[in-house]
Structures are given as C-alpha cells and as structure tokens.
Design a protein around this ligand. Structure first.
Ligand code: ADP
Ligand code: ZN
Length: 747
C-alpha cells in the first residue's frame, strides 16, 4: 500500500500548515477535523489539502507522524468556507490555524485541551398522565392539583407544571413512583432569544424608494452583486432587508445578517423574529458555548435559514447562502481587534463572491471605504432619501459653549440645552443625552503640583467613579481607593480636584437640577447582559424621562417617545490620534441625531461644542453624508491616507522598553531595505517606528510601525517577507509582535 499524506491547519501561531501521514482506514478530505500530535501535545486541526501520495518536498517521509484520529466523516467546512478561510489567511497574513479554525465553535476545536467534545443536548423533564387516583388513595393537595391538571393536559413539562401548580420536581417524582404519571427526559433546542421581548411588526407597504431597492436586489438574487444601501436613519433600510430576505427564503435559500453588536440591538432582532419566527438562528457573544455549538449544528443542517449575528457570524456554516446583509456597515465593531484580525464587512464581499449571491451593505453614513468602492463602480449605490411616513429629519442646532452661561457649576448643561430638557419633561416627552466619555472622563488632578492620578500599569489617567467611590483604569480595570492627599512623594498636598466629567457626573447633576425627572444611565458600568434589555424596555415603556449614555445609546434603537437628543460635548473624539477621528464623530452624531422624532411627534437635536466650525459637525447639522464624504475623501487623498492608500501596522509590546524599541527598529530596518530594493520605492513608505499613543498598557511597553502603500499587492509582498523574517527570528519570549492589516484602532 502506498502511503498518503494530508496538510493540516493546526492552531499554533506559525505561518504554515503541517504534513501528516494518513493511517489505513482513514479517509480525511479537506474540511474534515483531525486529531494530530504536535510536539508533546495533541491538537484538533482541519485538513486543508490532500490526501496526496507524494510526501512533502524535502522531508524524510519516515519522520512524518501519522494522524491520531479523524473526527468527522463529512467535512465540517464546505468548499465555500474553506475558500473563505484560505483567502483570509492570505490577505491578513494569518497563521493558517487561526484562519481555518475561526468558523468552528469552541466545542468543536477543543481549545487548549485539544479534546473536541460532542454537544450535550439540553433536556427537560416531561410528565405524562397515566391514571387518576383511586378511592382509597391519599394524595397531598399539590399532588392532586398536578394530577388534575395532567388529566386534561395529558402531558406537560416540569417548568410548565411548576408555573401552573407550584409543584417541584420532587412532587413529580413521588407521583411517578406511585405510577400516576410517567416522567421522561426530552431533548429540546436551546432558545437563543430567551431574554428577548416579543413584538409584533407587520410588513409595511414599501415606499417608492424601498420598492426600487427591493426590486433591484431581488432581480440579482442568484449571482454575486454588491450593493451599498444608503438611507438616512429611519428611512426603512431594515424593512428592505426583511422583504428581500422573504424573496430569498421563497427561493429555498438562506440569508445571513450581520449587525454591529447584537446585545445592543435587541429590538432589531425582535423585528426579524416577528417576521421570520423560529426560522432564525442567532450567533452572538451572549450565548454560552453549548448554545453556540447547537446553533452552529442547526444552521449547518439547514434548519434555520435566517442567521443573524455579530461579526463572527460571517463564518456561519450556511449550506445555501442566498443573501448577505451587513447592517451599519461603517461600524468599527466589524473589525476584530484580537487575533485573527479581520474585517467582517470586507470579508462579506469575499463570501458573497464565493457563494454567488448579492451582498447588501447598509448605512446612513457609509464608511469612506465603501463610498470609494461606490465611486469606483465596485458597489452599486441604492438610495433611500426620505424617512418613512414623510417624517422629517430632526433639525440639528449647534450650541457654541463659548457663548452661553451654564445651568450648573460643572459647566455640563448650557442654559439653552437645560431649558430644552425642562420643556420636554413638561410635555411628557423623552430625552436622550449623549456623551462620548472616552478620552474625556473625570479624573483627579492635584492643584498644588499639577499631576493627575494615573494607572500604575498604563500610561493613562484613572477615572474617578464617584458612585463606587473608586478610581478605575479603563484599559486594565485596575481599581484603587481615592487617596486622601496627593500621592506624588514630593507633594502630598490635600489639593486633589475632580476634573472633567463623565456620564455618571452628568446623571448626578441632572438629578440635582431636575429632581422630578426620572433619569437613568446607560454605559458599560450600568448595563451588562440582561440589565441592558431591561433598561431598554423601561425606556421604551416610558418609565424613564431622560436617558444619559455613551455610544450605547447611539445604536439603531427605535424609541418612539424621544423628541429631544442632546449631545453634551461633540468634539470628545476629534482629538484622538486616529485617521478616522472625524469620520467617527460624524457617524456618531448622525446616529445619535437619528434617535429623535422617529414617531408622530417631531424631534430636535442640540449639540454642545467649543468647536462649532469643524466640518464633521457642520455636515452633521445638515444630515449631509454626501458632503461629508466628499470633504473627508479629498482630505485623505491629500494626505495619502486610506482608503486612497492601503495600510498595515506592526505592533510590538513587552515589559522591557529597550528591547521593544530595538525590535521595532529592526523590523523597520528590514522593511526599509525591501522598500529601497523594490521597483517602485516611492509608492510604499513607513511611519515610525514610534511609541504607541498609549505607551504602556498592563505594564507592557508598546511600539508601532505603520506601512502605507499605493498598491495592495506591494503591501502584501512586503509584509510576507517581514513575516518570514519574524518567523525565523529568535525573539525574547516576552516580546510580542502582531500585524494588523487595514487597522481601525490607532491607540
Ligand atoms: P432604518 O433601518 O433605515 O433606520 P427602519 O426600517 O427601522 O429604518 O424604519 C424606520 C421606521 O419606519 C420603523 O418604525 C418602520 O417600522 C417604519 N417603516 C419602514 N418602512 C415603512 C413603510 N414603507 N411604511 C411605513 N412605515 C415604515
Ligand atoms: Zn491600567
């Protein structure tokens, strides 16, 4: 018998696959999981190529180890997902193991243990009626109640029986022991929407704009066609998705909908659920590993033809994909900031191409990337120019903070904004107040020596959380008590003063100013998990008058009672060292403004700022995404910045500042030599190496090196060579180098 070999993507951070011999009796095809020996460990990998009769070149066949086990009969990654993984590994320069295992739920890859586990189904106890009690048979009142209920129902689950009669499982077991009832364990699907409030949401008669978009997308079903659906907030984009998905389902195909952060948009999910019922699968971080695994298997079995999820749902094993939707395509959360670093919106176009189906990118404020793709004819533009039901866009006014007095000593509320909140309250209408706290949180400053209190492990100030009475680092979660005096050994004065304000301060000041208002706060501190859903429900039920929050309140919520939106300080994000600072500010302002006046009463938006001339604010005033995009694109063009050019960044960190700097310089050195030797050295250049804007996080020093190229291909070649050098280099164990292609984060 001739030996056969396969190549396997193994979950290790090396930029190559590994060869294994196939023992007799195994038939591992590409996409099948296998258990392999790797050094002293055993790991779960995925077959990428083979089986092949010729051993890999330059390797002694006797040294090639055999596979330990084949874990699947049939591939768990179909040809489409395999091609997607291969594409992603190449484009992002990922170790193949990172790319190829990405689609699989943790239960299927075994994680560190290397033992893939079969899914345990969730079971529920079901009681069946057998017989009524005879004359001489004595039963407790509760037992009698259960039996009476089951006599008509015939069967019922234990949780239902408990709700109905208060009976515990113990009571049921005693009834079963006396053969009044029979108990059975039944497998039931887990409900990924258990915490979601059901709503009804009938289909609307489409507006002319919606009708045109629906028709155009529907006629392209069955072939790759990328669209940008651009429509102001509330113009009915979601309704377009829903109606096109109906057409997809009618063809017997499935649809995949990516949303920025599913936990923040329970309403959107509820709307999909109202329309498609239990045909929906959800993949999001709130699911426990078993629930995720189960959803994965049911999607692969084509039981759930509408899949909705955050960025990782892009890899859902949908067998017959007929449509891909990326809602709020500009949202930064589509970029994964931990390995593997990929952009789900960009990859959605690759997957749509592989699946041969339309890809619909939706946004009120498209990313520069998508806008440029439109201009270059790579995306077809579909526009919704009006809000549904002829509702007007809310007027936006800037309040120049240099020109007004304040209602409070902390200078949070200008008089015009405060008056507007008070009037709104008197009219019994709801208000949202938005503060992008990042970069402008309250901290403690010593008036005597001028130093502020910083985190011992990170080069940032600690944020003062008055409610908890603690200083907290937002980067490493370090918590400290408030010192009585300045901790600077040369100072020690008791002159510590609170500077700046965050959402917590805003909430507190507002309660003092308007004691009769019901005020609530929504940010990472107050709302984790289920608390968020409850808060959103309470606001929707109008149990809250004023909701104060961070970016979380800006997402696509639909609160009909909100007629006033106040932005407390518009420029908080503008000063960040991020090439998208203006773009993000424009997105946030437009998103948050879109929360006002969504129902029958008109809304308005007041934006406080010390910087009213900034173009991002000016274009947000007029809801003019096109004007903003034109101005921003011209700027990027003038500065040679993405999306006009292509960018990647090497990030290095380690506990030894000198070692990090030396290695950053050595990476730069190698890259510069390659650039100088290239045919067109002018078209690629380096920025840095330099310390990152936050020089230290969790005690690790951070350096970064940006590469910018006019041609995508040139960037790829350079990075591949640098990666090969790094794979061969002997770096200190505590020094980490990572690559980020198309970076979204610059801190
Ligand atoms: P977007 O996704 O663009 O923000 P939505 O689809 O959420 O817009 O629509 C905004 C509001 O208008 C929702 O309350 C929705 O029910 C309603 N709506 C959408 N399309 C129509 C229509 N054709 N007729 C009436 N109301 C509509
Ligand atoms: Zn810290």
């Amino acid at each position: 018998v001739t030996a056969r070999y396969v190549r396997v993507a193994v979950p290790v951070p090396l930029h190559r696959t590994f060869s294994y011999r196939v023992p007799d009796g195994m038939e591992p095809q590409p996409g099948v999981r296998v258990s392999v020996p790797f050094g002293p460990r055993r790991l779960v990998g995925v077959v990428t190529d083979g089986p092949d009769e010729s051993p890999p070149e330059g390797v002694d066949p006797k040294k090639i180890k055999p596979l330990l086990a084949q874990l699947d009969e049939q591939p768990v990654l179909d040809a489409e997902l395999r091609a997607l993984c291969a594409w992603m590994a190449t484009y992002y320069h990922l170790p193949p193991g990172e790319a190829w295992l990405q689609p699989l739920p943790p239960g299927m890859t075994g994680g560190r243990s290397g033992e893939a586990k079969p899914l345990t189904m969730k079971t529920v106890t079901v009681a069946h009626f057998l017989r009524a009690a005879g004359d001489g048979e004595r039963l407790s009142a509760r037992m009698a109640q259960v039996l009476k209920f089951l006599e008509t129902a015939l069967e019922s689950t234990a949780p239902d029986l408990r709700a109905e009669t208060g009976a515990s499982l113990d009571t049921l077991r005693r009834l079963a022991a006396r053969e009044f009832i029979r108990l059975e364990e039944r497998e039931v699907p887990r409900d990924p929407f258990a915490d979601l409030r059901a709503i009804s949401h009938p289909a609307h008669e489409p507006t002319p704009g919606q009708r045109a978009a629906i028709a155009r997308i529907s006629e392209s079903l069955g072939s790759f066609s990328p669209f940008l659906l651009m429509g102001v907030t509330g113009s009915g984009k979601t309704e377009v998705y829903l109606q096109v998905i109906e057409a997809v389902l009618a063809r017997g195909e499935a649809a995949l909908v990516l949303v920025p952060e599913i936990a923040l948009t329970p309403q959107l999910v509820a709307r999909f659920r109202a329309r498609f019922g239990d045909r929906i699968a959800a993949l999001h971080s709130g699911l426990d590993p078993d629930a995720r695994h189960e959803q994965w298997l049911r999607i692969a079995a084509a039981e759930l033809p509408v899949v909705i999820g955050a960025r990782s749902a892009l890899f859902a094993p949908i067998p017959n994909l007929g449509l891909l939707v990326v809602d709020e395509e500009h949202d930064p959360s589509f970029k994964q900031d931990t390995p593997p670093r990929y952009h789900a919106r960009d990859l959605s176009l690759v997957r749509g191409h592989l699946a041969g189906c339309p890809v619909l990118l939706g946004s009120a404020t498209p990313s520069l990337e998508s806008w440029l793709n439109c201009r270059r004819g790579k995306l077809e533009l579909l526009e919704l120019t009006e809000r549904a039901m002829d509702r007007p866009m809310p007027p936006v006014s800037l309040i120049d903070l240099r020109a007004y007095d304040f209602a409070d000593e902390d200078k949070i509320f200008s008089l015009p904004l405060f008056e507007a909140i008070r009037e709104n309250l008197a009219r019994d209408e709801q208000t949202i107040l938005f503060l992008n706290r990042r970069g402008f949180a309250a901290f403690l400053l010593c008036r005597a020596c001028g130093q502020s209190l910083s985190c011992p492990a990170c080069s940032v100030t600690l944020t003062w959380h008055r409610g908890r009475g603690r200083l907290i680092c937002h980067w490493c979660d370090h918590v400290a008590a408030r010192p009585a005096v300045c901790p600077n050994p040369e100072c020690g004065d008791d002159a510590l003063q609170e500077v700046g304000f965050g959402t917590e301060r805003v909430e507190g000041v507002l309660r003092e100013l308007l004691p009769e208002a019901r005020v609530a706060r929504m940010d990472r501190d107050t709302t984790r998990g289920k608390a968020l859903n409850r808060l959103l429900d309470r606001f929707r039920d109008r149990d809250i008058d004023v909701l104060v929050g961070t970016q979380m309140v800006a997402k696509g919520h639909d609160f009909p009672g909100v007629t006033l939106v106040g932005v407390l300080l518009a420029e908080t994000g503008l000063a960040l060292p991020d090439l998208r600072a203006s773009e993000r500010t424009f997105h946030l302002l437009t998103q948050i403004a879109g929360r006002a006046g969504r129902a029958d009463r008109p809304g308005r938006v007041l934006v406080q700022t010390y910087n009213p001339e900034h173009y991002a604010l000016q274009h947000a005033l007029t809801h003019d995404a096109r004007a903003f995009l034109a101005e921003e694109l011209a700027l990027r063009e003038a500065l040679d910045r993405p999306p006009i050019t292509h960018m990647a960044v090497f990030r290095l960190n380690g506990p030894d500042a000198d070692a990090v700097m030396r290695e950053a310089r050595s990476v730069a050195h190698g890259l510069q030599a390659d650039i100088d030797a290239a045919a067109d050295p002018e078209s690629v250049w380096l920025m840095g190496p330099q310390p990152a804007p936050i020089e230290r996080i969790r005690g690790l020093y951070r350096w970064q090196l940006h590469i910018i190229a006019r041609q995508r291909a040139a960037l790829g070649t350079l990075i591949a060579r640098a990666m090969a050098r790094l794979d061969d280099a002997k770096l200190p164990a505590n020094l980490q180098v990572s690559l980020d292609v198309d970076p979204q984060s610059f801190l």
